[in-house]
Design a protein around this ligand. Structure first.
Ligand code: CTP
Ligand code: MG
Length: 238
């Protein structure tokens, strides 16, 4: 039998509390133009037809919020998203729990694209580029942008201790795209210690993820000013 062609799946961790945002609601449910951030993150993935199924990992108490985003997407884009109420204490744990819940449904060589719920401005172009560049890749990879600003290392008094060379430094974004078995094993082995993205867990297994050029507009909404920036970008397009 010929080897089966790997399929593409997307997994969106949306179980964070958004503590740096300081809002009453977790940031993925804050709205821009009347729709939650999570809706926009899911919509960007839903418009890529190569992605077969989309899953979203949420905290157990927030299933109704997530379901509302899913209904909105079904109505406006005609795509189904499955809610997995298995969020963990860290982003890595949420992703691992989601992957574990899908054991048996996704083949070891299938691709999983992990995308932050808090990145509502991903473009079709960047997503297509990531998938195209990695289709035949052994390690997988991620969207990222080369650092443009000069980097300063601070001392304890917030004075410049030194200027850090920025050559070769990139800022990691999402989606991050890895084979199901590789990613699951990497996260399991990591014990979720100091793992702020999927790539860092995969790197610890000795693999070298590919950096694929992302876009500045694919920002992560972390602080209130990021929400304003995302609002400017999305409202301009609607
Ligand atoms: N995330 C998650 N489970 C967690 C923590 C984070 O699924 N236990 C998700 C968030 O919902 C977000 C993405 O991981 O979509 C990126 O995390 P981050 O920006 O750090 O979001 P929060 O953890 O919610 O924010 P903060 O760190 O400010 O509390
Ligand atoms: Mg966090």
């Amino acid at each position: 039998m010929p080897p089966s062609v790997p399929r593409y799946f997307a997994l969106v961790p949306a179980a964070g509390a958004g503590s740096r945002m300081g809002a009453n609601t977790p940031k993925q449910y804050l709205e821009i133009a009347g729709r939650p951030l999570l809706y926009y993150a899911l919509r960007a993935l839903a418009r890529e037809t190569r992605i077969e199924r989309i899953f979203v990992v949420v905290a157990t108490g927030e299933v109704a919020f997530a379901q509302a985003c899913v209904e909105l997407l079904r109505g406006l884009e005609g795509r189904e998203v499955r809610v997995l109420p298995c969020g963990g204490d860290t982003r890595a744990a949420s992703v691992y729990n989601g992957l574990s819940a899908l054991a048996g449904e996704i083949a070891p060589d299938d691709w999983v694209l992990v995308h932050d719920a808090a990145r509502p401005c991903l473009t079709a172009g960047a997503l297509t580029r990531l998938i195209d560049r990695l289709a035949e890749d052994a390690a997988g990879g991620l969207l990222a942008i080369p650092l443009a600003d000069t980097l300063k290392r601070a001392d304890s008094e917030q004075r410049v201790a030194l200027t850090q060379p920025r050559a070769g430094l990139w800022q990691a974004q999402t989606p991050q795209m890895f084979r199901y078995a590789t990613l699951t094993e990497a996260l399991r082995r990591s014990g979720f210690e100091d793992v702020t993205d999927e790539a860092s867990a995969v790197e610890r297994m000795g693999l070298k993820p590919l950096l694929v050029a992302g876009e500045a507009r694919n920002l992560k909404v972390t602080y209130p000013e990021d929400l304003e920036l995302a609002r400017l970008i999305l409202e301009h397009e609607e």
